[in-house]
Design a protein around this ligand. Sequence first.
Ligand code: CAA
Ligand code: NAD
Length: 309
Amino acid sequence: SFSTSPAPHTAARPVERITVFGAGLMGAGIAQVAAANGVKVCMTDVSDAAVENGRAIITKSLTRIARKKSPDDPAAQKQFVDSVFANLTTTTHAKEAVSNPDLVVEAIVENLATKQELFRRLDEIAPTDTIFASNTSSLSIRRIAETSSKARRQRFAGFHAFNPVPQMKLVEIISTDETSPAVTAALLDLCKRMKKVPVQCKDTPGFIVNRLLVPYLLEAIRMVERGDATAEDIDTAMKLGAGLPMGPLELSDFVGLDTLSHIARGWRDERVSTGEIDAQQVAQVQMLERLVEEGNKGRKSGKGFFDYS
Ligand code: CAA
Ligand code: NAD
């Protein structure tokens, strides 16, 4: 027997072209993995230096993968790296970047007003059927979408990948009350083509992973601040006693101490008064703030709790 029923009208076209805003740790990682899996990617940031930083992150990661794939074959290594870059363009012009993508993934600084302002601008210049997604760690997708039109809000979701994107298998797909099921389906399909494992989440603070991970990282920093144990010993303890690949201080450096500070601040500002987050869990940690003020953002700046220079 055969079915004569038409394709359900909720089906969204597959995501074939994406534009990534932010060429930092996460934007570069998402751009790399999408491009490596046949998606056409445009990566954009505010300055040439930031775009170049993103290209350097991708080159380093691809070179590592290429050396592993073809250990004794420099020509094959180069061919692999070039083949991924063939799917990737870069620009600092937002308007040019959103002329025709199926999807925009935002991975800029973890600040609600900055993200709202970017999407307000993009909503006006991007095609009406382009899906908008944020890679936010901790902010409300509904609030980030607030500055977009009602029609766009149906095409607005969270696409939360993990650092380092080439290695971490998970993506959290976050739907709001307004997100259309077809949009969620298109993002789930994209995850699979990027060889990631998606989970679906409600628009709660930190979704699944960060709701559990961030309070733990902040408490580990408080332990160092109180002198309960050294950063080295806390990390050794959690690696060998809890079976984790990185201890909490090394992981904080890896996430970025500025990003961790932004997450905690966002929760203090937006989620404590609503009762969603317990104030004590996200209380300001002086040691974290001081490190960030001194320019020690963790691994990406060469120094945090540990030295990477
Ligand atoms: N690009 C390409 N390959 C990479 C890579 C990268 N950026 N990083 C690591 N690799 C590869 C290595 O080449 C190596 O490959 P093989 O095993 O095939 O040789 C493999 O990954 C393991 O690397 P290493 O031996 O150098 O190091 P490792 O075994 O310690 O693994 C790690 C590195 C995967 C980063 C591991 O330490 C780990 O899982 N750490 C925890 C990371 C984590 O928790 N991330 C989540 C942070 S929270 C977040 O992202 C959410 C948020 O919103 C803040
Ligand atoms: P990052 O500091 O490495 O990079 C941020 C980039 O955004 C910078 O290159 C900056 O120039 C750019 N940027 C800032 N404002 C911009 C704007 N208006 N338009 C375009 N680009 C702009 O930060 P990151 O670690 O890549 O984090 C980016 C986002 O991803 C944040 O929302 C963060 O919470 C989230 N995230 C981070 C991690 C992590 O472990 N670091 C994991 C998952 C999600």
